[in-house]
Design a protein around this ligand. Structure first.
Ligand SMILES: Cc1cc2nc3c(=O)[nH]c(=O)nc-3n(C[C@H](O)[C@H](O)[C@H](O)COP(=O)(O)OP(=O)(O)OC[C@H]3O[C@@H](n4cnc5c(N)ncnc54)[C@H](O)[C@@H]3O)c2cc1C
Length: 444
């Protein structure tokens, strides 16, 4: 492979060192890529991305885009000898606080964006557990969600426009800079969640929200997981719109340093002065044992901190057992949560697999985790996952709420979509990336 073009065009920003490249071929999933990347390219602007894609098209070299590689489903793994495109040097942010938008390059980390927005009393509400590392490009491409999904949804609700470089080397400007926009087919929605398979995002126009004046939060413990779920349903049907409603089951609570009991983290935003009244109302609805209360935005976010350790707790637990962790990402309508939780527990018992439960219960998104030891038990886990998929689909749910499909969820999503819909998706891929050079092998 002649890489002289990359050496000439990118100079020191094309890194061929094998050890460095190895750091970039994988993500936070269990997959260990064996592909030897040809190198890592660090473009600084859209013009360079266009040059790179056109070269890759001419040479038929796969490109693997990457933000911070925190994906859990193998979305950012380099699977074949190709070039990893790291966006970490594209970090320009332009805020228009009157219009309520930020125009952002893909390498900006979500937490850094929020630091910048705090000057204007604004914030970007999508808040994955990985917010300190996750980039705008990665969050757009994964259609990420997170802790505040109960109120604010996921990336697809907050991206107004995009600039992308397609697998044909064309630059497309999608969507608008205005909140309202009806300019033909909604290709923004198509690209949000496309996991780098249709185009490389070089800029995103994000909708912003004012930081609420205040918030209240509580941490409640339950001996019975079903009772916790019922409380979430009760809050959601009491004319209260939670900012977050997150949970950990008893074993997971212990893993993140809480009491070994089922834990509900419940937060609601509120106007300053009305906190005590709202807290009183919440404590009268919730039947769990309220162990902590917080008043104020900062306090509410701090109360949530142990919940952010869900993934690392799950990883540690599987590693302690010498196991390979499998984290799922299903969602069901709120009304079906009790059935989903008891159904998952019954399926784990039926297949004899361990089960840790936690997740964004306020929007119906559960992250069941299980594990198997290398060389034993993988088939049992596979059967459990297929039954889990059937269960959530029967409950009008989905197999992937926010983590995306990557490599690990392809079988399950195929079950959800069916062949006819998959064939339309394959044709869409063909339109935007006819030579299959953009993150090949993912989703479809
Ligand atoms: C501890 C932990 C907690 C997490 N919590 C959550 C959570 O609460 N909610 C949630 O939704 N997810 C969560 N995740 C998953 C992940 O962090 C998010 O999806 C995150 O948004 C990915 O951002 P990233 O910058 O790491 O992207 P990467 O992992 O680098 O990439 C994500 C995808 O986007 C593609 N991509 C990256 N940049 C571009 C670009 N510029 N153009 C086109 N494609 C691109 C990649 O190829 C890949 O397919 C968590 C992960 C961890 C490790």
């Amino acid at each position: 492979m002649d890489l002289s073009f990359l050496r000439r065009e990118f100079g020191e920003r094309f890194v061929e060192d094998v050890d460095v490249a190895l750091l970039y071929v994988r993500d936070a999933s269990i997959l260990e890529s064996r592909a030897k990347a040809l190198g890592v390219v660090f473009p600084v602007d859209e013009e360079e991305v266009v040059k790179l894609v056109r070269w890759a098209v001419a040479e038929r070299v796969p490109l693997f885009p990457q933000g911070s590689a925190t994906s859990i489903s193998g979305n950012a793994v380099a699977t074949s000898p190709g070039v990893v495109v790291s966006f970490e040097k594209m970090t320009r942010v332009e805020v228009d606080h009157v219009d309520g938008v930020a125009v952002v390059e893909p390498g900006v980390r979500l937490e850094e964006l929020n630091h910048e927005l705090a000057r204007y009393g604004l914030f970007f509400p999508v808040d994955p557990g990985s917010v300190k590392s996750a980039t705008v490009g990665g969050a757009v491409a994964n259609g990420a969600g997170g802790m505040r999904g109960a109120k604010y949804g996921t990336m697809r609700d907050w991206v107004l426009g995009l600039r992308v470089v397609t697998g044909r080397g064309d630059v497309l400007k999608l969507g608008c800079r205005t909140y309202k926009c009806r300019n033909g087919y909604d290709l923004v929605r198509l690209f949000v969640g496309s996991e780098g398979t249709l185009g490389l995002v070089t800029e995103a126009v994000l909708k912003l929200a004012p930081v609420p004046e205040s918030a209240v939060a509580l941490l409640a413990y339950y001996d019975d997981l079903e009772a916790l779920v019922e409380d979430v349903v009760r809050v959601k049907t009491s004319r209260i719109w939670p900012l977050f409603a997150e949970f950990l089951d008893a074993p997971t609570s212990a893993l993140v340093g809480l009491e070994e009991r089922n834990a509900l983290f419940l937060g609601v935003d509120v106007n300053a002065g009305a906190e005590e009244r709202l807290l009183e109302r919440l404590t009268s609805i919730v039947r769990g044992e309220v162990a902590q209360r917080a008043v104020g935005w900062e306090g509410a976010m701090k109360l949530l901190e142990p919940r952010r350790r869900l993934f690392s707790g799950q990883v540690a637990s599987a590693e302690r057992e010498g196991g390979v962790l499998v984290v799922e990402d299903v969602a069901v309508p709120i009304s079906k949560l009790p059935e989903a939780v008891s159904g998952l527990k019954a399926l784990a018992a039926k297949h004899g697999v361990p089960l840790l439960l936690g997740g964004h219960i306020g929007d119906g998104n559960l992250h069941p985790a299980t594990w198997y030891r290398r060389g034993e038990g993988a088939e049992k886990v596979e059967r459990f996952l297929r039954d889990m998929a059937q269960l959530v689909l029967r409950l009008n749910g989905t197999v992937s709420a926010e983590h995306g499909i990557g490599l690990l969820k392809k079988d399950l999503v195929a079950l959800e979509l069916g062949e006819a819909l998959l064939s339309y998706m394959r044709e869409l891929k063909q339109i935007f990336d006819p030579h299959n050079i953009l993150n090949p092998g993912k989703i479809l």
